[in-house]
Design a protein around this ligand. Structure first.
Ligand code: AMP
Length: 221
Protein backbone atom coordinates (compact mmCIF):
# COMPACT_ATOMS: atom_id res chain seq x y z
CA UNK A 1 0.00 0.00 0.00
CA UNK A 2 1.41 3.43 -0.88
CA UNK A 3 2.14 6.09 1.73
CA UNK A 4 -0.50 8.15 -0.06
CA UNK A 5 -3.08 5.82 1.49
CA UNK A 6 -1.32 5.22 4.80
CA UNK A 7 -4.19 6.65 6.82
CA UNK A 8 -6.93 4.05 6.75
CA UNK A 9 -9.54 6.72 7.36
CA UNK A 10 -8.69 8.48 4.11
CA UNK A 11 -10.96 7.89 1.15
CA UNK A 12 -9.86 8.37 -2.44
CA UNK A 13 -12.46 8.69 -5.19
CA UNK A 14 -11.46 8.37 -8.87
CA UNK A 15 -13.45 10.42 -11.38
CA UNK A 16 -13.01 11.57 -14.96
CA UNK A 17 -13.50 15.19 -16.01
CA UNK A 18 -16.61 16.27 -17.90
CA UNK A 19 -20.03 14.68 -17.69
CA UNK A 20 -19.19 12.00 -15.11
CA UNK A 21 -17.59 14.57 -12.79
CA UNK A 22 -20.51 16.97 -13.17
CA UNK A 23 -23.17 14.28 -12.70
CA UNK A 24 -21.35 12.86 -9.65
CA UNK A 25 -21.22 16.23 -7.81
CA UNK A 26 -24.90 16.13 -6.69
CA UNK A 27 -24.43 12.55 -5.45
CA UNK A 28 -21.38 13.63 -3.42
CA UNK A 29 -23.40 16.56 -2.04
CA UNK A 30 -26.07 14.04 -0.93
CA UNK A 31 -23.30 12.30 1.02
CA UNK A 32 -22.22 15.65 2.55
CA UNK A 33 -19.10 15.95 0.37
CA UNK A 34 -18.30 19.11 -1.61
CA UNK A 35 -15.37 19.18 -4.05
CA UNK A 36 -13.70 22.52 -3.38
CA UNK A 37 -11.81 22.92 -6.66
CA UNK A 38 -13.00 22.78 -10.26
CA UNK A 39 -11.03 20.31 -12.44
CA UNK A 40 -11.80 22.39 -15.54
CA UNK A 41 -9.83 25.33 -14.15
CA UNK A 42 -7.47 23.69 -11.64
CA UNK A 43 -4.32 21.94 -12.83
CA UNK A 44 -4.36 19.72 -9.77
CA UNK A 45 -4.95 16.02 -10.33
CA UNK A 46 -5.80 15.43 -6.65
CA UNK A 47 -8.68 17.66 -5.62
CA UNK A 48 -9.55 18.47 -2.02
CA UNK A 49 -13.08 18.33 -0.60
CA UNK A 50 -14.73 19.90 2.44
CA UNK A 51 -13.85 16.66 4.26
CA UNK A 52 -10.08 16.51 4.91
CA UNK A 53 -10.28 12.70 4.74
CA UNK A 54 -11.86 12.58 1.27
CA UNK A 55 -9.94 13.45 -1.91
CA UNK A 56 -10.78 13.13 -5.58
CA UNK A 57 -8.35 11.82 -8.23
CA UNK A 58 -8.92 13.17 -11.75
CA UNK A 59 -8.00 10.45 -14.26
CA UNK A 60 -8.87 9.42 -17.82
CA UNK A 61 -12.30 7.71 -17.98
CA UNK A 62 -10.71 4.46 -19.18
CA UNK A 63 -8.24 4.50 -16.26
CA UNK A 64 -10.86 4.79 -13.47
CA UNK A 65 -11.40 0.97 -13.12
CA UNK A 66 -7.61 0.42 -13.08
CA UNK A 67 -7.05 2.87 -10.19
CA UNK A 68 -9.90 1.25 -8.21
CA UNK A 69 -8.87 -2.33 -9.06
CA UNK A 70 -5.34 -1.74 -7.70
CA UNK A 71 -6.51 0.15 -4.61
CA UNK A 72 -4.90 3.47 -5.62
CA UNK A 73 -8.48 4.75 -5.33
CA UNK A 74 -11.02 3.24 -2.93
CA UNK A 75 -13.96 3.91 -5.20
CA UNK A 76 -14.78 5.54 -8.52
CA UNK A 77 -17.43 6.24 -11.13
CA UNK A 78 -17.10 4.68 -14.59
CA UNK A 79 -19.35 4.15 -17.60
CA UNK A 80 -20.65 0.69 -18.45
CA UNK A 81 -18.83 1.10 -21.79
CA UNK A 82 -15.49 1.47 -19.97
CA UNK A 83 -16.24 -1.33 -17.46
CA UNK A 84 -17.09 -3.83 -20.21
CA UNK A 85 -13.75 -3.15 -21.89
CA UNK A 86 -11.86 -3.34 -18.58
CA UNK A 87 -13.46 -6.62 -17.49
CA UNK A 88 -14.22 -5.57 -13.90
CA UNK A 89 -11.63 -7.71 -12.03
CA UNK A 90 -11.05 -6.70 -8.41
CA UNK A 91 -14.10 -4.46 -8.35
CA UNK A 92 -17.12 -4.72 -6.10
CA UNK A 93 -20.36 -5.27 -8.03
CA UNK A 94 -20.99 -1.91 -9.66
CA UNK A 95 -24.07 0.07 -8.63
CA UNK A 96 -25.96 1.74 -11.47
CA UNK A 97 -26.09 5.49 -10.72
CA UNK A 98 -28.25 6.29 -13.79
CA UNK A 99 -25.94 9.20 -14.68
CA UNK A 100 -24.14 10.09 -17.94
CA UNK A 101 -26.74 8.04 -19.80
CA UNK A 102 -26.20 7.36 -23.50
CA UNK A 103 -26.11 4.33 -25.80
CA UNK A 104 -23.49 2.31 -27.65
CA UNK A 105 -24.31 2.23 -31.34
CA UNK A 106 -23.11 1.26 -34.77
CA UNK A 107 -22.89 4.19 -37.20
CA UNK A 108 -22.00 4.44 -40.88
CA UNK A 109 -21.59 7.19 -43.43
CA UNK A 110 -24.84 8.51 -44.94
CA UNK A 111 -25.32 6.59 -48.17
CA UNK A 112 -23.67 3.37 -46.93
CA UNK A 113 -26.21 0.53 -47.09
CA UNK A 114 -25.42 -1.24 -43.81
CA UNK A 115 -28.39 -3.65 -43.88
CA UNK A 116 -27.52 -4.92 -47.35
CA UNK A 117 -23.82 -5.23 -46.50
CA UNK A 118 -24.74 -7.32 -43.42
CA UNK A 119 -27.31 -9.41 -45.35
CA UNK A 120 -24.82 -10.16 -48.09
CA UNK A 121 -22.25 -11.32 -45.55
CA UNK A 122 -19.73 -8.63 -46.45
CA UNK A 123 -16.66 -8.39 -44.22
CA UNK A 124 -17.02 -5.04 -42.46
CA UNK A 125 -14.18 -2.86 -41.28
CA UNK A 126 -15.22 -1.41 -37.93
CA UNK A 127 -13.25 1.32 -36.14
CA UNK A 128 -13.78 1.67 -32.40
CA UNK A 129 -12.34 2.34 -28.99
CA UNK A 130 -14.65 -0.41 -27.65
CA UNK A 131 -13.18 -3.49 -29.34
CA UNK A 132 -14.45 -6.07 -26.82
CA UNK A 133 -18.03 -4.76 -26.98
CA UNK A 134 -17.89 -4.54 -30.79
CA UNK A 135 -16.38 -8.03 -31.10
CA UNK A 136 -19.13 -9.53 -28.93
CA UNK A 137 -21.89 -7.66 -30.78
CA UNK A 138 -20.84 -8.71 -34.29
CA UNK A 139 -20.03 -12.28 -33.20
CA UNK A 140 -23.59 -12.59 -31.82
CA UNK A 141 -24.96 -11.34 -35.14
CA UNK A 142 -22.65 -13.67 -37.11
CA UNK A 143 -21.14 -10.73 -38.97
CA UNK A 144 -17.47 -10.97 -39.94
CA UNK A 145 -15.56 -7.85 -38.97
CA UNK A 146 -12.05 -6.49 -39.04
CA UNK A 147 -11.75 -4.38 -35.90
CA UNK A 148 -9.57 -1.28 -36.02
CA UNK A 149 -8.65 0.06 -32.59
CA UNK A 150 -8.77 3.85 -32.22
CA UNK A 151 -8.40 6.02 -29.14
CA UNK A 152 -10.67 8.92 -30.17
CA UNK A 153 -12.38 10.82 -33.00
CA UNK A 154 -13.94 7.59 -34.32
CA UNK A 155 -16.31 9.66 -36.48
CA UNK A 156 -13.43 10.44 -38.80
CA UNK A 157 -12.73 6.82 -39.78
CA UNK A 158 -15.62 6.25 -42.25
CA UNK A 159 -15.15 9.73 -43.74
CA UNK A 160 -11.58 9.03 -44.82
CA UNK A 161 -12.09 5.38 -45.79
CA UNK A 162 -10.38 3.86 -42.76
CA UNK A 163 -13.53 1.87 -41.93
CA UNK A 164 -17.06 1.09 -43.13
CA UNK A 165 -18.60 1.55 -39.69
CA UNK A 166 -17.81 2.75 -36.18
CA UNK A 167 -18.97 1.63 -32.76
CA UNK A 168 -19.21 4.59 -30.40
CA UNK A 169 -21.30 6.10 -27.63
CA UNK A 170 -24.11 8.35 -28.82
CA UNK A 171 -26.03 10.80 -26.70
CA UNK A 172 -27.99 13.37 -28.76
CA UNK A 173 -26.69 12.12 -32.13
CA UNK A 174 -25.41 15.65 -32.86
CA UNK A 175 -21.80 14.53 -33.37
CA UNK A 176 -22.84 11.85 -35.90
CA UNK A 177 -25.04 14.32 -37.82
CA UNK A 178 -22.30 16.96 -37.89
CA UNK A 179 -19.99 14.39 -39.51
CA UNK A 180 -22.39 13.04 -42.17
CA UNK A 181 -22.89 9.77 -40.27
CA UNK A 182 -26.07 7.89 -39.28
CA UNK A 183 -26.83 5.51 -36.45
CA UNK A 184 -27.85 2.12 -37.87
CA UNK A 185 -27.98 -0.11 -34.78
CA UNK A 186 -28.21 0.45 -31.04
CA UNK A 187 -26.07 -2.12 -29.20
CA UNK A 188 -26.88 -1.32 -25.56
CA UNK A 189 -27.89 1.41 -23.14
CA UNK A 190 -25.01 2.88 -21.17
CA UNK A 191 -24.94 4.61 -17.79
CA UNK A 192 -22.28 5.18 -15.16
CA UNK A 193 -21.66 2.87 -12.22
CA UNK A 194 -20.18 3.26 -8.76
CA UNK A 195 -17.30 0.83 -8.41
CA UNK A 196 -15.54 0.00 -5.15
CA UNK A 197 -12.21 -1.71 -4.46
CA UNK A 198 -13.00 -5.06 -2.82
CA UNK A 199 -10.35 -4.76 -0.08
CA UNK A 200 -11.36 -1.14 0.69
CA UNK A 201 -14.96 -2.24 1.07
CA UNK A 202 -13.88 -4.61 3.86
CA UNK A 203 -11.26 -2.37 5.54
CA UNK A 204 -13.10 0.95 5.27
CA UNK A 205 -16.71 -0.25 5.31
CA UNK A 206 -17.69 2.14 8.11
CA UNK A 207 -16.66 5.15 6.03
CA UNK A 208 -17.68 3.81 2.63
CA UNK A 209 -21.08 2.31 3.37
CA UNK A 210 -22.87 5.62 4.23
CA UNK A 211 -21.47 7.19 1.05
CA UNK A 212 -22.55 4.23 -1.10
CA UNK A 213 -26.02 4.39 0.45
CA UNK A 214 -26.28 8.17 -0.09
CA UNK A 215 -25.23 7.71 -3.74
CA UNK A 216 -27.84 4.97 -4.21
CA UNK A 217 -30.63 7.06 -2.64
CA UNK A 218 -29.73 10.23 -4.56
CA UNK A 219 -29.37 8.42 -7.90
CA UNK A 220 -32.86 6.90 -7.63
CA UNK A 221 -34.56 10.31 -7.31
P1 AMP B 1 -23.68 13.41 -28.98
O1 AMP B 1 -23.18 14.33 -30.05
O2 AMP B 1 -24.56 14.11 -27.96
O3 AMP B 1 -24.37 12.17 -29.56
O4 AMP B 1 -22.43 12.91 -28.15
C1 AMP B 1 -21.57 12.00 -28.74
C2 AMP B 1 -20.14 12.24 -28.35
O5 AMP B 1 -19.99 12.66 -27.02
C3 AMP B 1 -19.41 10.93 -28.55
O6 AMP B 1 -18.41 11.11 -29.51
C4 AMP B 1 -18.89 10.58 -27.20
O7 AMP B 1 -17.47 10.56 -27.25
C5 AMP B 1 -19.34 11.66 -26.25
N1 AMP B 1 -20.29 11.20 -25.21
C6 AMP B 1 -21.59 11.52 -25.11
N2 AMP B 1 -22.16 10.98 -24.02
C7 AMP B 1 -21.20 10.29 -23.41
C8 AMP B 1 -21.14 9.51 -22.22
N3 AMP B 1 -22.20 9.35 -21.43
N4 AMP B 1 -19.98 8.92 -21.90
C9 AMP B 1 -18.90 9.08 -22.68
N5 AMP B 1 -18.86 9.81 -23.80
C10 AMP B 1 -19.99 10.41 -24.16
Amino acid sequence: MSTFQADSQQLILALSKGRIFEDTLPLLEAAGITVTENPETSRKLILPTNDPDVRVLIVRATDVPTYVQHGAADFGVAGKDVLLEHGGEGLYQPIDLHIAECRMSVAVRNGFDYDTAVRQGARLRVATKFVETARAHFAKKGVHVDLIKLYGSMELAPLVGLSDAIVDVVSTGGTLRANDLKEVEAIMDISSRLIVNQAALKMKRERLQPIIEAFERASKK
